[in-house]
Design a protein around this ligand. Sequence first.
Ligand SMILES: [Zn+2]
Ligand SMILES: [Zn+2]
Length: 554
Amino acid sequence: MSGGVLRVLPLGGLGEIGKNMTVVEYRGRIVVVDTGLRFPTTDMLGIDLVLPDFGYLRDRAADIEGIVVTHGHEDHLGALPWVMRELDRSPPVYGGRLTMAMARSKLDEHKLRDVPLDDMRPGEELELGPFRLELVHMTHSIPDSCAVALTTELGTVLVTGDYKFDQTPVDGLPADVSRLAELGRQGVLLLCGDSTNADRSGFSPSERDVGPRLQEVFARAPGRIIVTSFASNIHRVQQVIDAAARLGRKVSLVGRSMRKNVNIGRSLGHIEFPEGALIPPQEVEDWPDEKIVVISTGSQGEPLSALRRMAHNDHRMIKLHRGDTVVFSATPIPGNERAVNETVDRLFHIGCEVITSRDAPIHASGHGYAEELKLMLNLVKPRYVMPVHGDHKRIRLHGQLADAVGIDPEDVFRGENGLPLEIDAGGARYGEPEQSGMIFVDGVDIGDPADVALRDRRMLSGDGIFIVVATVSEQSGASVVPPEVIFRGVPFVEQADSLVEEIRHEVERSLARAANDGVREIDMLQQELHDDLAAFVYDRLRRRPMVLPVVVEV
Ligand SMILES: [Zn+2]
Ligand SMILES: [Zn+2]
């Protein structure tokens, strides 16, 4: 080992599910692994997406050698357009072919046409400043998933990306176990490993096992079959197509992202349709029910998705009816359970049969279980371990697995977003925390979580709003006509109703006090009114509606 400090700074993905982003830094140069996003929770009212706070990268844009994306899932790729927009230069982006095709399509939607994207094949090596970059082929629920090996003079950092050790993947390309073992023999300094299924014992089932189970379910369905799954799960989509073809059913694709991903997958040879198997959605009604399989987006109950629309009888082309079977070939991501349950119940209401992965083994996780995480640890034999991609519980469990295979607990770093791990010839330790957290996307604009708009939405959604219009004399500052009080969405309206008169009095009292104190400036008056009324309303209702005073001078 020679001098220098290797810094590994996770900006997202630790203590949470989503927005994965890891900064690897050596001799002042940076490689970023993944630029992921997260979907908002229900309290983030009106927020569309959540990104990692990448202010650190904005300040260091000139030092970024490249951005490497492990695979095409939103929690690894989704923030790329925003990162590119915010940095004052576009560093080159690297990843597998499908990953880069998906990145291209995303950047195009944001009209970012001159970001340099470079396909890399696993095994290919690339010098990026003080780093040597190599991708290692892995199996996951999307093709072209890779682990990222970044080698410096100090040693290799291996970021696994999302993975499972599928021995019989649908495309016949298992994870490159021998390359992982080779890296292990050469010496891996730090392993940043996927913790998603650290809480599940044993090995995950192979994706290939799902196909026959789907076919069994299809064979029992009397009418149309609607299958929903992640649009990016290209091998799953292929297995649905194959099962449909064996049963002599036509396939139709519904939902924008489904059509988009299948197109990209087809153009790269990951998906094949038997001759004449695919029909456009507008022709579904022309075929007998028992001849149809529809593959749809909406497995997570997403509000605007095709399945959710169908469940609400609001889809342009497909009207569900009794006798249809809806197959959920996916499990809800934590946080989406409610939306999924609601969709399922709607489907029952329409009279559909609903089959989920609880009823039949029609889903296989893309993330390895405990034994696979141990296998990774044993293959790679890392000097240090930093579990990533998991909530606090799974990160801790991943640490225990490392302990179980004989890694010294002192060498396992259960990190946090924003906390850099610093490794040099003398050992590994945490450095000073860096800026990290969330930024919100509202439409296409980004803002920070302390955003006033979001605070206002929370207040409005919780306790409603009072608008008070007071008209005061320019000369004396006294109220000249009875103040107007308007309220919307305030709970306990009956009580509030009787309050209106009292609020009017309170407004007049407050204005009189202000006039007495010589407060005449409109902004100041409004502030005083706000404070007095907010206190008054809280005192009477034990609620904090938004109070919006408007003072007009005459
Ligand atoms: Zn993934
Ligand atoms: Zn992921």
